[in-house]
Design a protein. Structure first.
Length: 347
């Protein structure tokens, strides 16, 4: 076993553009001549994250982080604390490294195991994380809107709702808006402690955990012994039958669900139960035919129905409420995009 490189070393050594500290990498990209204050604020946030990250990692420093991204490291630490008492699982989880990359595309992948390295490497593209943030924000407006009765208050939600959706489907608009905001020094006026924000951040945390749990599932269920596995369709490994690949995807979805919900003791948290469903909704936005399987993946429709049945095993009433909610949101999307999907695949 000695002299094998770690998953982190493998990440840094084999991916172009891989960095040790993703947030620092982003902060460095801010042009300080352009806006010195923004750079200063970014540096302050970084310092705080670094300090907090080191405290929760028993003061061992960034070298022992499970990701080059602060939030993802926190999430893997949560998984480790969920597994407390199951030493084998804890030890396996400690072999994970999640590397965030700036390459274009919306994907996450459990990288195949190899002889020269140990541990479990997961790669997540920046835009996947961003999409999870945006779908969480978009869905939070809908979820919050359903909890309030004042029509005026509901109307006030529309701009944020539409904007988060437009950013989800048009990244250029998002970048343009971010640039404009930076130049006029505009910040979001919404109170960060608002209920809507709370829903969005819970959905984000739970969705990311489900997504990471899915990739961890591919590793722990030994799907990556010979080939890497993507969250979305890509290629057909030669040594596995298509049917087996489909079964593996359901198994990985179930693993992600169980790790996030059962291990995390979130069975009574509706936002956590909703999160896996909105990850599928987000992936379906990248798929014009969510009712059709691909060679490597089952249909989004069947993945959605499988996750919904997982929720109904916990609570049938909640599963039915969430199904109605997804019906509403998916119909909203399809109307907004004038029939982007040819079928009501969510029904
Ligand atoms: Zn997968």
């Amino acid at each position: 076993m000695e002299n094998k490189e770690s998953a982190k070393e493998r990440f840094l050594g084999s991916f172009l553009g891989a960095v040790n500290d993703w947030d620092k990498h982003l902060a460095e990209a801010i042009d300080s001549d352009d806006d010195p204050n923004r750079k200063k604020v970014a540096q302050e946030i970084l310092d705080e994250q670094e300090n907090h990250g080191n405290i929760i990692n028993s003061g061992l420093g960034r070298e022992t982080w499970y990701s080059n991204d602060y939030f993802i490291n926190c999430m893997i630490l949560d998984f480790i604390s969920y597994a407390k008492g199951d030493l084998d699982l804890v030890n396996e989880l400690k072999l994970i490294y999640v590397g965030k990359l700036g390459n274009p595309g919306v994907d996450a992948e459990a990288i195949n195991m190899d002889m020269e390295s140990e541990g479990y490497l997961i790669k997540i593209l920046w835009e996947m994380d961003l999409n999870i943030q945006l779908i969480s924000s978009f869905v939070s407006y809908h979820a919050y809107g359903m909890q309030i009765e004042d029509e005026n208050e509901i109307d006030k939600l529309t701009p944020g709702l539409v904007e988060s959706f437009l950013h989800l489907i048009d990244k250029e608009a998002l970048l343009k808006k971010a640039n404009e905001d930076a130049h006029v020094g505009q910040t979001d006026e919404e109170d960060p402690s608002s209920l809507r924000n709370h829903i969005a951040s819970e959905l984000y945390e739970a969705s990311m955990k489900f997504l990471l749990g899915h990739e961890i599932g591919h590793h722990f269920l030994k799907h990556t012994k010979s080939n890497g596995r993507n969250i979305v369709s890509k290629f057909i490994p030669t040594d596995v039958t298509i049917n087996q690949l489909h079964l593996d995807e359901f198994a990985a979805d179930n693993f992600g669900f169980d790790l996030t919900i059962f291990r995390g003791k979130k069975e009574s948290n509706k936002n956590f139960l909703l999160a896996p469903l909105i990850v599928i909704l987000m992936l379906a936005l990248l798929d014009k035919t969510p009712e059709e399987p691909s060679q490597t993946h089952p249909s989004m429709r069947n993945r959605y129905l499988n996750l919904l049945s997982k929720v109904s095993e916990i609570n049938e009433q909640v599963a039915s409420e969430l199904q109605q909610f997804i019906n509403f949101v998916a119909s909203w999307i399809n109307d907004f995009l004038h029939g982007y999907w040819k079928t009501e695949w969510w029904k």
